[in-house]
Design a protein around this ligand. Structure first.
Ligand code: NAD
Length: 282
């Protein structure tokens, strides 16, 4: 590169996101001339419908890549030339690279979560896992768990249609009936037999505090994994820790998606442990 690598984060209400400082710090330590800007439609006064214009502007401004978050992860798909196979199967993009061949969409959320499970939990092959939440984060965690070979994945969502939609999306890439959608009232039974539980709803964030489900219902030997990372220790993780569960915080996934995005953008191998340490200090 004979000029700065220019990257951004496109989303709505993202001024508190920890992704920009993670990229900036690691890029600095890698010795790169690297800009990471925030493109927040809550600040520019634009709406999600302005997406085509926003993408044109980003291209004209010479961006090499952008990360994409709520509410654009699905919407951007109609505006990019090519998708990585997993982004295509997930129907969600969180990284767009602008290259000679046009825009290419990737999904590093699921890879970030896959690595988080491998590092923080270990081998989950053949295990019974229950997941609560089937939205954007839940699609990535479910995809990762099935890729890692879990034996059974039961998914529940307060909006039952979302659980069945996710099931339909996963049935193609993961045939064999390992994944099913269950109703909320089936959770206690499923929890009692689970080897692991994944929480993938926004419950526990500052704006929606509380517990998403009763952790007392979960098999004491099961690990409990969280996608929420602001705060890093949610009410669920605190309760789970007190009950003696092994826990995986949402920060591991957040660091993982940033690590893989930076790796794809730069072609270098960032230092994931250093990124995690920096993240914990933010
Ligand atoms: P989303 O709105 O796409 O999906 C949330 C789903 O949870 C919805 O389908 C909703 O019906 C369901 N739900 C809400 N409350 C529920 C409850 N009590 N029981 C059952 N289902 C319930 O949201 P999202 O984009 O998936 O984000 C969820 C959380 O994940 C947010 O806190 C977000 O910040 C976090 N997130 C973390 C990472 C990470 O890297 N750690 C990545 C993406 C998202």
């Amino acid at each position: 590169h004979d000029r700065a690598i220019r990257v951004g984060l496109l989303g709505e209400g993202i001024t508190a996101s920890l992704t920009p400082p993670m990229h900036r710090q690691e890029a600095l330590l890698l010795g790169l001339d690297y800009e990471y800007r925030v493109i927040d439609i809550a600040e520019t006064g634009e709406t999600p419908d302005d997406l085509p214009r926003i993408l044109d502007r980003v291209l004209a401004q010479g961006y090499d890549a952008i990360n994409v978050t709520h509410p654009f992860k699905q919407r951007v798909i109609d505006h990019i030339a090519a998708l990585s196979p997993s982004a295509e199967r997930l129907g969600a993009v969180n990284l767009i690279e602008f290259g000679e061949a046009g825009a290419v969409g990737h999904n590093t959320d699921w890879i970030g979560y896959r690595d988080a499970v491998e590092i923080g939990i270990g081998d989950v092959r053949g295990r019974r896992v229950v997941q609560v939440g089937a939205g954007g984060a839940g699609s990535a965690t479910a995809y990762a768990l099935l890729s890692l070979g879990v034996g059974e994945l039961a998914i529940a969502d307060a909006d039952a249609a979302r659980a069945s939609e996710l099931l339909a999306r996963l049935a193609g890439p993961f045939p064999g009936g390992r994944v099913r959608a269950i109703a909320l009232d089936e959770l206690p039974g499923a929890f009692s037999r689970a080897h692991g539980v994944v929480h993938a709803t926004p419950t526990g964030m500052a704006l929606s505090p509380g517990l998403p489900f009763d952790p007392e219902a979960v098999n004491r030997d099961a690990w409990i994994s969280e996608v929420v990372y602001l705060p890093l220790e949610t009410q669920l993780l605190r309760a789970a820790t007190v009950l003696g569960h092994r826990v995986l915080d949402g920060g591991m996934m957040a660091v993982g998606q940033a690590y893989h995005s930076l790796r794809i953008i730069t072609g270098l191998d960032p230092d994931r442990a250093r990124m995690r340490a920096h993240f914990l200090g933010l």
